[in-house]
Design a protein around this ligand. Structure first.
Ligand code: EPU
Length: 360
């Protein structure tokens, strides 16, 4: 049974805990709820906004389109092949709980992405990633509903057009990324509601290492070959020490993407500041640590109204309020702070940082 609510506060539904309301909110617990909604004489024709775990969103005002709150549950092993376990989860499942469940079942592979806030359904939208593993590395397929036609369709990894914190679901109309064969993919922003996601977890598991924070844990524990459970525990410890818990301090994870520059641009920046944190990529370009760029412009700990730059990680913007109407960062304050950071990083390093969350 589809549940429709009016004037719903969204603080609890976004990890930034920004105060905003949905004019109309519909809870979607199953595929048939989507079909019922699309056939509805009133809500069926209204513009719609799909809300997952709200972990990558900045609300800058009340949301006028009908908010579809995805609460589709369920986790299961779909198929076991000689090479992999194919597991599936409903879009409304908590991402972290799903990762923990796969490990408990004996299907390792997602442990480096432990403790990323949000839902399974949102995970492909921005191709979440951490400590050397991205969602696309473990992705098998997803089922979604086209909100314009009501048609259910399945996409494989290539069709999702995954990039760094990017996918076909972040692009609208025909402005989507070009597919591998050069055709313009029609963007699915505001058009698709993800129902279920399937993952392929190879039986030939080995830990994905090579990150400084993980190397440190290995040295501390005198361990050269960690188990999946150890990797999971360490990732949780590292994240808890460095990243604010959204239950306590509102935030949306990294607020900016780590920018990629050419070797020449990087040499230029090194000339200005030899300490710049950078990593060579396989294609010859260089990735810079946005957190370092922001930090070196002096932003760590600064605020605009109730919006602030996290003390322990300059890449994370936080809500210093308590989430009540009169004592909370507004989306406007967050965006003012974000733009001020972009301007100062641009003036010092000539690099325009790109925001990661979706601004609504
Ligand atoms: N740094 C500073 N000052 C800061 C912050 C960072 O000097 O205030 C330096 C660090 O010392 C380090 C470097 O910048 O040398 C990189 O920092 P870190 O290892 O914390 O990782 P990151 O590049 O800031 C990325 C992802 C995270 C992911 C971690 C681990 C992006 C935008 N962020 O952060 O993802 O958890 O790597 O893999 O790619 C997210 O996307 O929301 C997210 C949290």
């Amino acid at each position: 049974m589809m549940l429709v609510e009016k004037n719903v506060p969204l603080q609890a539904f976004n990890t930034f805990h920004i105060v905003a309301k949905a004019h109309t909110l519909v809870r979607i617990a199953s595929e048939s709820d989507v079909h019922a909604l699309l056939k509805h004489p009133e809500w069926g024709v209204e513009p719609k906004f799909v809300l997952g775990g709200g972990s990558n969103i900045v609300f800058t005002g009340d949301v006028k389109p009908v908010v579809l709150k995805v609460e589709i549950m369920g986790r299961r092993l779909v198929l076991e092949t000689a090479k992999a376990f194919i597991v599936e989860a409903g879009a409304g499942e908590s991402w972290h709980d799903f990762v923990a469940w796969t490990l408990a079942q004996g299907y390792p592979g997602l442990e480096n992405m432990a403790l990323i806030p949000g839902t399974v359904g949102a995970s492909p939208v921005q191709n979440i990633g951490a400590y050397g593993v991205e969602l696309q590395d473990r992705f098998e397929a997803l089922d979604a509903v086209d909100l314009q036609t009501g048609q259910v369709f399945t996409l494989n990894a290539a069709q999702c057009a995954f990039g760094y914190r990017d996918s076909v679901f972040k692009h609208g109309g025909s402005t989507g990324p070009a597919s591998a064969d050069g055709h313009q993919v029609v963007g699915l922003k505001d058009r698709a509601l993800i129902l279920r996601v399937r993952f392929s977890l190879p039986k030939a598991w080995k830990p994905v290492l090579g990150y400084a924070d993980i190397d440190k844990k290995m040295a501390e524990h005198h361990c050269t070959r960690p188990t999946a459970q150890q990797m999971f525990d360490w990732v949780c410890e590292i994240r808890r020490a460095k990243l604010p818990d959204p239950q306590v301090i509102g935030n949306a994870g990294s607020f900016f993407k780590n920018p990629t520059v050419t070797l020449e641009q990087c040499a230029d920046i090194i000339a200005r500041d030899p300490k710049v944190v950078h990593y060579r990529l396989a294609d010859g370009s260089v990735k810079l640590a946005a957190g370092w760029l922001i930090d070196s412009c002096g932003w760590r700990g600064k605020s605009v109204g109730h919006a602030g730059v996290y003390e322990k990680q300059a890449l994370i913007l936080v809500n210093r309020g308590d989430g009540t109407d009169s004592n909370s960062a507004t989306g406007g304050e967050v965006m003012t702070l974000a733009r001020a950071i972009q301007t100062s990083v641009y003036e010092r390093f000539g690099i325009m940082l790109e925001a990661e969350p979706v601004v609504v």
